[in-house]
Design a protein around this ligand. Structure first.
Ligand code: NAD
Ligand code: UGA
Length: 479
């Protein structure tokens, strides 16, 4: 019942999950494959409504280039809906793009992936699919998840044996990065397709082949594909933690992190990407996927390997605490009642996503010390910041923190009478600011903390006679 792919022509695609992966990925497939009809479904009505909004500024996700393509394909061969069962029933291929967050309670809490959303979707597929269906794991999942999917499908098959249903399971993890999702999808480094049946693998490869060259499509077994996704994120995150440790040594020794990054990155074996030191990595996946890898290692009693990868996360947390402590210490050891301007709340530039953003931990630490934050971010909405603080500061119990921060509509408003500016996201707009003017709005003595290394030598020269104190991550700037 799990094979028998009768090489039928793929016409109808369903994607379960209209998030940061499901939305952009299906938009790109619809754009490149006008012969396919694609339904993206989600249980979150608000999200679907936003995807269908006539005003493209209201799309639930901000990604450069996304709205332009949505405008071209929406309601032509791309449809957003909450009708999950109907989309499943008519689909030849179903992409599972639901969230797979870290478990926060019970067995494996803090490490294992919570597969409840995936399991629910698979049960719905088992109930509503018809004929032969290719199920594609697009979500990032623990190794052997395809085995779980099979078990669920088999149990339903026994119950409803009168209905002719067959399935193939494919792993096709997504490698897009937020902020560059459209570029990544249009011109991926590789497309990875893992499976047990070559026909099903080829049918999925044929979709991508409509715009991705054959040599970029890597075909593997299921488990290699599932593991490669976790390993890729672990390697990338490891590079960020490594460069962040070197940035601290730079500050102590007078070496300059930009020079060191350039020097080591020009070795092709190391590579020049992912060598920007900063406030630590954020985003919904790096920490989650490393912890999933750690859980897997623990499961196989590979405790030394588990420790090795867990340290990548430990260093990341440490870097965020280090930066918060440094800010407090530079502001004479107390920030109670002081206004601090936060520049950027998204976990990186060009996204409105704040999940696991370093800005959350650093802001939280400053609020706990009594600071008053005024936050400016060009794309993150106030609701989103509120949700993050409500959770991390447990505002329902600690009501006093409700008034510890405010979102501003301009950098000027954020900076006026503040003691310090803390740059936490590398938005291009921050690189073009009139710093001389902004520094004049601060209360003296004042500080700029540039955690993202956006200041260049010219900025520093311009500010030389303003009396401002500057700290740049990984550089030793004399006060
Ligand atoms: P997300 O939270 O933005 O989106 C997931 C969506 O799935 C949500 O809108 C949720 O309502 C929906 N959903 C959950 N259960 C459902 C159900 N039973 N039926 C219908 N809809 C349901 O998550 P995301 O960032 O898009 O990530 C999805 C997966 O892709 C995760 O496994 C993640 O690790 C992986 N991934 C994410 C990125 C990224 O850049 N965000 C990149 C590569 C891989
Ligand atoms: C990352 C991977 O890059 C994608 O390939 C993967 O598909 C995705 O995770 C996922 O599985 O979710 P993403 O988290 O969107 O993508 O963004 P990245 O560009 O990887 O940045 C992650 C974090 O690392 C950000 O906070 C960023 O600021 C930080 N970072 C990145 C640095 O601090 N320095 C760098 O040099 C690069």
């Amino acid at each position: 019942m799990l094979s028998n792919s009768s090489l039928k022509v793929i016409k109808n695609i369903c994607c379960i999950g209209a998030g940061y992966v499901g939305g952009p990925t299906m938009t790109m497939i619809a754009y490149k494959c006008p012969n396919l009809q694609i339904k993206v479904v989600d249980i979150n009505e608000k999200r679907i409504k936003a995807w269908n909004s006539p005003d493209l500024d209201d799309l639930p996700i901000y990604e450069p280039g996304l709205s332009e393509i949505v405008e071209k394909v929406r309601d032509k061969n791309l449809f957003f809906s909450t009708n999950v069962s109907e989309a499943i029933a008519s689909a030849d291929v179903i992409f599972l793009s639901v969230n797979t967050p870290t478990k926060i309670q019970g067995v494996g809490s803090g490490k294992a992936s919570n597969l409840e959303y995936l399991e629910r979707s698979v049960r719905e597929i088992a109930s509503y699919s018809s004929g032969h269906t290719i199920i594609v794991e697009k979500s990032t999942v623990p190794v052997k998840t395809a085995e779980t999917i099979k078990s669920i499908l088999i149990s339903y098959f026994n119950k409803e044996s009168s209905v002719e249903k067959t399935y193939s399971i494919i792993s096709n993890p997504e490698f897009l990065a937020e902020g560059s999702a459209i570029k990544d999808l249009e011109n991926p480094d590789r497309v990875l397709i893992g499976g047990e049946e070559i026909d099903a693998i080829n049918q999925i490869a044929n979709i991508y082949n409509q715009w991705v060259p054959e040599q970029k499509i890597i075909k593997t077994n299921l488990w290699s594909s599932e593991l490669s996704k976790l390993a890729a994120n672990a390697f990338l995150a490891q590079k960020v933690s490594s460069i962040n440790t070197i940035s601290v040594i730079c500050e102590k020794t007078g070496a300059n992190i930009n020079e060191v990054s350039r020097a080591i990155g020009s070795d092709k074996r190391i590579g020049d990407k992912f060598l920007n030191s900063g406030p630590g990595f954020g985003g919904s996946c790096f920490k989650k996927d490393i912890m999933s890898l750690v859980y897997l290692c623990n499961f196989y009693r590979l405790d030394e390997i588990a420790k090795y990868w867990e340290n990548v996360v430990t260093i990341n947390d440490w870097q965020q605490d280090r930066i918060s402590n440094l800010i407090i210490q530079k502001l004479f050891g107390t920030i109670r009642g002081k206004k601090i301007a936060i520049f950027g709340f998204a976990f990186k530039a060009d996204t409105n996503d704040t999940r696991e953003s370093p800005a959350i931990n650093i802001s939280k630490n400053l609020i706990l010390e009594g600071a008053q934050l005024s936050i400016y971010d060009p794309k993150v909405k106030e609701d989103n910041i509120k949700r993050e603080f409500d959770y991390c500061l447990d505002v329902s119990t600690n009501k006093e923190f409700e008034s510890s921060w405010a979102k501003t509509d301009s950098v000027e408003e954020a900076v006026k009478d503040a003691d310090a500016i803390v740059i936490l996201t590398e938005w291009v707009v921050f690189k073009k600011l009139n710093w001389n003017y902004l520094v004049g709005l601060l209360r003296k003595p004042s500080w700029i903390f540039d955690t993202r290394n956006i200041f260049n030598l010219r900025d520093l020269k311009d500010l030389k006679n303003t009396g401002i104190n500057i700290w740049i991550n990984g550089q030793d700037i004399p006060n």
